[in-house]
Design a protein around this ligand. Structure first.
Ligand SMILES: [Zn+2]
Length: 472
């Protein structure tokens, strides 16, 4: 019997924390059900923005998007832009050729699991720093396959090929310490069809089949018993019926906006970056200096009436921005405002004229774990800490918009049209399924960042830095 501790990680991109258990109860995912019977099913929270790319950072690095300075699938850096706009670090979109820069955009002192875990294989995830080509199972032919999937909306060949590459690697006699496999079709089918479309459900079944075959092979090799198996997701999704283009909205309000793909406009007064597409960051450029703005400065640059109009838009659940006090954040919706304050390690929430996070009353939490615990089952799980971590980075912008369920923030340039969205602080986006083949782990509220520590602990490694905690 082998003593080697392996980790097999299935990331089912966009897997929904409520739809997945439904499918399991209907008997559609027997291999996943077997894991749950022998191990655990629970929910965890992802990060803000709850969007592909940035939301891979917590489990792969133990850090959140604000700490990693990667605040969206698209981001903008006012300081760099004002220095000179034709500068590589003025803005970014990972939805295209700039995706390759994700690796070099990450701080070099924050290691990934691929760099820490020994023989580490990757399938289809874009965080590949220091992963040699022969360990990047999906790389060969990926470009063409992805292009075809995108234009023909035929996504499943990608997941099927991914599974074949895992099987080929295992059959070739190679061994692994860490195998991280992304199955992208649940996310794509949910975006372009519906979260419960038969094609989306088929995508879940492809993952289940893959797990069944890979598990069988690992059992034959005598490896399964010492393998930590984890299945989770980076965000949920909700169906979308209406789009508000936040960039055009700013332009129509007299604050001409640059946004992807029209980034060349002259003399812009703002920049708007959308992720997921229920997350938007607004960067005001119509002011002296290159700093991020706080409440009073936002009132001057944006104008109080424009800010009010923004919160009155149906697509806007709430806007968030830095308060005038250090480490304070205003959450502003159509009814009014609440304030989050972080002092030392204490997180507090105070509804001033409204309760946009629907927490019911004033709240106080000692430490970010307690802040997670008391908000975990609310409408906006982990909102207090997630807002705080995001605004650590200036790239978060001056104002962050979390869209209302049913709406998103990008219209004309989104092709094909999105019929599903994520990225917001809403629990349908923030909660993810968390499944593992172990019992008896801690039962306190979990974040996906905790998986980073848990996986390293399986190997007996203590991480140098992490915002997560081992779950056992
Ligand atoms: Zn995703």
């Amino acid at each position: 019997m082998s003593q080697k501790k392996r980790t097999l990680f299935y990331l089912v991109d966009g897997a929904h924390s409520e739809i997945m258990p439904e499918l399991i109860n209907q008997g559609l995912l027997p291999n996943i059900k077997k894991i749950i019977d022998e191990g655990t099913y629970r929910k965890a929270t992802t990060c803000f923005p709850s969007t592909t790319g940035p939301a891979y950072l917590p489990f792969l690095t133990g850090h959140f998007p604000g700490t990693m300075d990667i605040t969206g699938i698209r981001w903008f850096d006012k300081k760099e832009f004002k220095r000179t706009r034709w500068n590589k670090n003025a803005m970014r979109s990972y939805c295209g050729p700039e995706a390759a820069w994700f690796n070099t955009d990450m701080p070099t002192d924050k290691a990934t699991l691929f760099e820490l875990m020994g023989e580490s294989y990757n399938l289809y995830n874009m965080i590949t720093r220091n992963v040699p080509d022969e360990y990047d199972l999906g790389k060969k032919g990926k470009g063409l396959l992805y292009t075809r999937a995108h234009f023909w909306k035929r996504h499943h060949p990608i997941d099927l090929q991914g599974h074949q590459r895992i099987m080929e690697m295992l059959h070739s006699g190679k061994d692994f310490d860490f195998l991280f496999a992304v199955f992208p079709s649940v996310d794509w089918d949910s975006h372009y069809h519906h979260v419960r479309d038969p094609r989306t459900i088929e995508a879940y079944k492809i993952v289940d089949n893959s797990l069944g075959e890979v598990r069988e092979l690992l059992e034959k090799k005598g490896w399964w018993e010492d393998t930590l198996f984890i299945m989770t997701s980076d965000h949920g999704l909700t169906p979308t019926t209406e789009h508000l283009d936040l960039g055009d909205w700013m332009t129509n309000q007299g604050l001409k906006s640059v946004y992807y793909p029209t980034i060349w406009k002259s003399n812009p007064k703002s920049a708007v970056m959308i992720s997921g597409n229920s997350f938007g960051s607004i960067h005001l450029l119509n002011h002296e200096g290159d700093n991020v703005l706080r409440e009073r400065e936002i009132h001057t640059a944006m104008g109080e009436s424009r800010l009010d109009s923004l919160t009155k838009e149906k697509a806007v659940d709430f806007a968030i921005y830095r308060g005038d006090e250090e480490q304070s954040y205003v959450v502003h919706n159509v009814d009014g405002k609440a304030v989050i304050r972080v002092k030392e390690d204490t997180f507090s929430y105070h509804p001033e004229s409204a309760d946009p996070l629907m927490l019911g009353n004033d709240l106080k939490a000692e430490g970010h774990r307690e802040a997670l615990e008391i908000t975990f089952n609310s409408e906006y799980p982990d909102a207090l800490y997630q807002i705080h971590q995001l605004f650590r980075s200036r790239r978060a912008g001056d104002i962050v918009v979390s869209a209302r369920v049913g709406y998103d923030l990008r219209d004309f340039w989104e092709y094909p049209e999105h019929l599903g969205s994520h990225g917001s602080l809403h629990r349908s986006h923030m909660h993810v399924p968390l499944i593992y083949n172990q019992k008896g782990w801690h039962t306190h509220a979990a974040r996906t960042a905790d998986l980073f520590n848990s996986i390293l602990k399986w190997k007996g490694i203590i991480p140098k830095s992490s915002e997560g905690e081992a779950l056992y």
